[in-house]
Design a protein around this ligand. Structure first.
Ligand SMILES: *Cc1c(COP(=O)(O)O)cnc(C)c1O
Length: 221
């Protein structure tokens, strides 16, 4: 099933859109099946689970942390993580930079924005992001590479409302690119779209979709 689902997805999405297979709660064996089908980018939302899986599974997997990251847990993923999707404070950026330096590597990050109607405490506003990017501390982050933005739409069925939230993230991306990241050639990614809404996200300019249940089936928490 997993192999078939991946094939279907790939025939459905444009080549310039990257597919992150979200494997949270799923066993090693499921990830191995997807790997054997050619999938190399996997997303997890918990640090401990990400670390455990990275130790067992093939070392050329690119691991994406897509969930909220606590400052005190950066050290566990710093040696190997490929992209951190949900960065939303200068404090976290400073810790990522410190740990990246320790491991003599750069760590790629996306800034997470709050675009949904729901009241979650995660994600920046455009104003907050500009404050971070224009702060003196930001210039010192030599081992952090900012690759773009990430957001999650509301869990609702109103397609127009979801589309508007994705439009908002695209606008934030364009505004930041023009005002803060014009000389940063890495700043190109818009991580938006999940199993239920990736088609809308792609229409609105997503470059990276994070798809779990459409590949691995429903999750039992
Ligand atoms: C779980 C999760 C996904 C994937 O969700 P599906 O609906 O199973 O595709 C994508 N992004 C984040 C941040 C997640 O936590």
């Amino acid at each position: 099933m997993i192999t078939k689902n991946l094939q279907t997805l790939h025939s459905d999405i444009p080549h310039n859109v990257q597919l992150i297979a979200v494997s949270k709660t799923k066993p090693f064996s499921d990830i191995q099946v997807a790997y054997d089908a050619g999938q190399r980018d996997f997303g997890e939302n918990k640090v401990q689970e990400l670390v455990e899986k990275s130790l067992i599974l093939p070392t050329d997997i690119r691991w994406h942390l897509i969930g909220h990251l606590q400052t005190n847990k950066v050290k566990y993923i710093a040696p190997f993580v490929h992209l951190i999707h949900a960065v939303d404070s200068i404090k976290l950026l400073k810790e990522i930079n410190k740990q990246a330096k320790k491991h003599e590597r750069n760590i790629n990050c996306l800034l997470q924005f709050h675009i949904a109607q729901e009241n979650t405490k995660f994600g920046l506003s455009l104003l907050e992001a500009k404050e971070i990017v224009n702060s003196p501390d930001f210039l010192q982050l030599e081992n952090v590479k900012i690759y773009g933005v990430m957001g999650m739409a509301s869990f609702i069925s109103d397609q127009e409302a979801i589309t508007n939230e994705f439009k908002k993230l695209k606008e934030i991306f364009s505004e930041l690119k023009l005002t803060c990241f014009l000389s940063n050639e890495n700043f190109n990614e818009i991580s938006m779209g999940m199993s239920g809404d990736y088609d809308l996200a792609i229409q609105e300019g997503s470059t990276m979709i994070r798809v779990g249940s459409k590949i691995f089936g429903h999750r039992n928490y």
